[in-house]
Design a binder for this molecule. Structure first.
Ligand SMILES: [Mn+2]
Length: 234
């Protein structure tokens, strides 16, 4: 067995079968660590299955750490207004999530799923990487304290022109998801990571067939700086 590796995967969005095939492809072992950068749920066919796979693997000794994406946050917000008419979470893929659980209302999704989402952290800092769901508000002195930006921000790379951002980052690389791009664009970002220390690994798995160039679930081997892809298969 090779040395242990660290991986990042983002925006699974209920594509549980594809997730399973990607884990097979990278041959994840219990010595490795897997960081999932949020948006496990919504839009895709089997959000419940994604949780069940993670819970089962954690029980078997796999080291899997998950972040909060804007979709988990939308779900949590929806549970605080459970009697309201179908709202923003439901139309953003929450309906598919409830279907996978066989429930009609957000509050009916049971523990441990609900508490799991409520306890998700907003970022991970590793030695060489900062892992977030969407990105960082680099205009802030303490970017990791702007929680809303960690989950929602888009089009933020221009802030790297400010030296303060580079100083704060201190030679680490930011890995994120949230904004779907093609797998070629992700490969291109990794190639140029010395110029712009960011890699977006959301290749729009759940948008297969709906938007050109998307439809892959990406795994980024942080240890060896290598990318893997699995095409959408449910
Ligand atoms: Mn997102």
């Amino acid at each position: 067995m090779a040395l242990s590796r660290q991986f990042a995967i983002s925006d699974i969005h209920g594509c549980n079968k594809t997730f399973g095939k990607l884990l097979e492809q990278i041959q994840l072992g219990t010595d490795d660590e897997l960081y999932i950068l949020g948006d496990l749920i919504d839009r895709g066919p089997d959000s419940k299955g994604v949780f069940d796979r993670i819970f089962q693997m954690q029980e078997e000794g796999y080291q899997i750490h998950c972040l909060r994406g804007n979709h988990e946050q939308l779900y949590l917000d929806a549970t605080r207004n459970a009697e309201a008419a179908p709202g923003i979470w439901e139309v953003n893929g929450g309906t598919e999530t409830m279907r996978s659980f066989g429930v009609m209302r957000p509050a009916q999704i049971p523990d441990p799923y609900r508490s799991f989402m409520a306890e998700l952290p907003y970022f991970f800092e590793l030695e060489d990487y900062v892992l977030v769901h969407a990105g960082l508000n680099l205009r802030r002195h303490f970017p990791l304290m702007d929680l809303k930006s960690l989950m929602w921000i888009r089009n933020w790379y221009s802030e790297f022109e400010d030296n303060r951002a580079e100083q704060w980052l201190d030679d680490r690389i930011i890995v994120h998801g949230h904004t779907p791009i093609s797998h070629k664009e992700t490969a291109n970002m990794l190639e140029k990571v010395d110029q712009l220390p960011v890699v977006n690994i959301d290749n729009g798995c759940v948008f297969a067939g709906r938007r050109l160039g998307l439809g892959n679930l990406c795994a980024f081997d942080l240890t060896n700086q290598q990318l893997f892809w699995e095409p959408f298969d449910g």
